[in-house]
Design a protein around this ligand. Structure first.
Ligand code: PXG
Length: 454
């Protein structure tokens, strides 16, 4: 590859590269930040500045950067068999081994996986499989999938339709037979209710909606155990048990989107088990390979698998790179490292509690209305008035102001509206967590100063 300096890179980028979720006019004015290398929990940009990565890339680099074992796994596999597919009665060892490894770490009802290249494709696969399942069950009119407002399930047509982001629906429309109910976001929408009462009431909206649509039409419910991109929204303890009760009562499929919560972020292999959810299907991606190569999948529970396999003939679905050999080899090695180095146990017993304790203390900052989190992800609500929870006007862009201070002070922290969120690599040490908190506090101070709040 040619070596360019920062200015040249920015110029070429501005001329030719359309970025995901980016305002290009603003980007052209500022110039992109070019990330050139990474190690452990740190990134470096093209000017040589070192940045602490509080987001594990995009919620995915669970074991941290620079692991030679993953590089070797990919290299060896590419030398041996760089590509072959799993269509038409062929397969290869890495896909076979990864399917067994995944079944071994999943809850007992999961004995099958369908491979994809991303979380969005996993959700597309899910929509097609759910509708195919009900058709094979002799109920082809059961096509409606119920999701939630402010959910995120990807950017393909099915993914963005399942998601509850209005800005996405406005661009390109939404797939038929996808419905949304309200989210379990107690801080913003709980009003005078206590969290438990609110959790129950929000879950019961599912039952109401099923009755409105008619049970003969409803196929499934989908939710992230904890909403990630929506702003690390942790449901009250009463929420998931009530959702589970309703899904069981009406016999609809329950889909736990594990793309962010899976592979240790919450201190267990999957977020579902943390909340006692017994899912029928689990879209997975991100932490599956720690982001070193693109790979996702749909874990298929026995109830669905038995019908798809025994009652159907072909499931007419698949991607050229479903179960790509190099990506599978990397995922196998990534899961081995998560296991052998007890990274998930550490999240549950050491790193997670340490991070959460320090994070909670940020609540004493004048800008912070709530600091919440679980395992290795967390959010803060930036508010104008802590006592009344009065919010800043959206047009002030208070999250973006804070995010920019973070960027300029060597910390990646993401803004979601007026929320700041983190999702660091699971391997972050206590010293690195101290650094994260210190930098976050500094950037909150700078934001407060700019807004004239003290
Ligand atoms: N489900 C969930 C729960 C996700 O968080 C997807 C599906 C889609 O995965 P792919 O691999 O197709 O991106 C996601 C992805 C953000 C951000 O800024 C979040 C995601 C992706 C990109 C940005 O928070 N989540």
């Amino acid at each position: 590859m040619t070596t360019y300096n920062t200015q040249q890179l920015q110029e070429i980028d501005g001329l030719h590269h359309i970025h995901p979720f980016t305002d290009h006019k603003a980007l052209m004015e500022k110039g992109t930040r070019v990330i050139t290398k990474a190690d452990g929990v740190y990134l470096w940009d093209s000017d040589g500045d070192k940045i602490l990565d509080g987001m594990a890339g995009l919620w995915c680099v669970n074991i941290g950067y620079g692991r030679q074992e993953l590089v070797d796994a990919a290299t060896n596999q590419m030398r041996e068999l760089p590509y072959y597919n799993n269509f038409f009665q062929t397969t290869h060892p890495p896909a076979i081994e990864l399917s067994k490894v995944l079944v071994d770490i999943s809850p007992p009802q999961f004995n099958h996986v369908f491979f994809t290249n991303s979380g969005s494709e996993a959700n597309d696969t899910m929509v097609r499989m759910v509708r195919h399942f009900w058709s094979l069950e002799g109920k082809p009119e059961k096509t409606v999938i119920i999701s939630r407002e402010n959910a995120y399930h990807g950017s393909t047509v099915a993914g963005s339709s399942l998601g509850g982001m209005k800005g996405m629906h406005a661009q390109g429309g939404i797939l038929h037979d996808i419905e949304h109910i309200s989210q379990p976001y107690w801080y913003k929408e709980g009003g005078n209710m206590d969290p438990e009462e609110f959790g129950l009431k929000t879950a019961q909206a599912l039952e109401t909606r099923i009755k409105e649509i008619g049970i003969d039409r409803v196929a499934a419910f989908i939710g992230e155990p904890v909403q990630g991109a929506g702003g690390v929204i942790i449901p009250p303890a009463t929420y998931w048990p009530e959702i589970q009760r309703i899904c069981n009562k009406y016999g609809i499929l329950l889909i736990a989107d594990e793309v962010i919560c899976g592979f240790g972020r919450m201190g267990e292999w999957f977020g579902s088990t943390v909340f006692g959810i017994e899912a029928d299907l689990m879209p997975i991606a991100k932490g599956l390979s720690s982001g070193y190569l693109p790979i996702g999948g749909l874990m298929v529970g026995d109830r669905v698998a038995e019908t798809i396999i025994n009652k159907g003939s072909d499931f007419n679905h698949g991607f050229t790179y479903s179960g790509h050999p190099a990506a599978c080899a990397v995922a196998i090695e990534n899961i081995r490292i998560l296991k052998d180095e007890k990274i998930i146990e550490n999240v549950a017993n050491k790193t997670g509690p340490y991070l959460q304790k320090l994070w909670k203390d940020l609540e004493n900052h004048p800008l912070v209305g709530e600091a919440r989190g679980m395992g290795m992800f967390a959010a803060i609500e930036l508010v104008k008035n802590k006592d009344t929870q009065e919010a800043f006007p959206d047009e002030l862009g208070v999250g973006t102001i804070c995010r920019d201070f973070c960027f300029n002070n060597g910390l990646i922290m993401r803004a979601v509206g007026n929320k700041m969120i983190i999702s660091p690599p699971l391997v972050m040490s206590h010293d690195e967590i101290d650094e994260l908190i210190e930098k976050a506090r500094l950037c909150l101070d700078l934001t407060a100063e700019k807004l004239g709040i003290n």
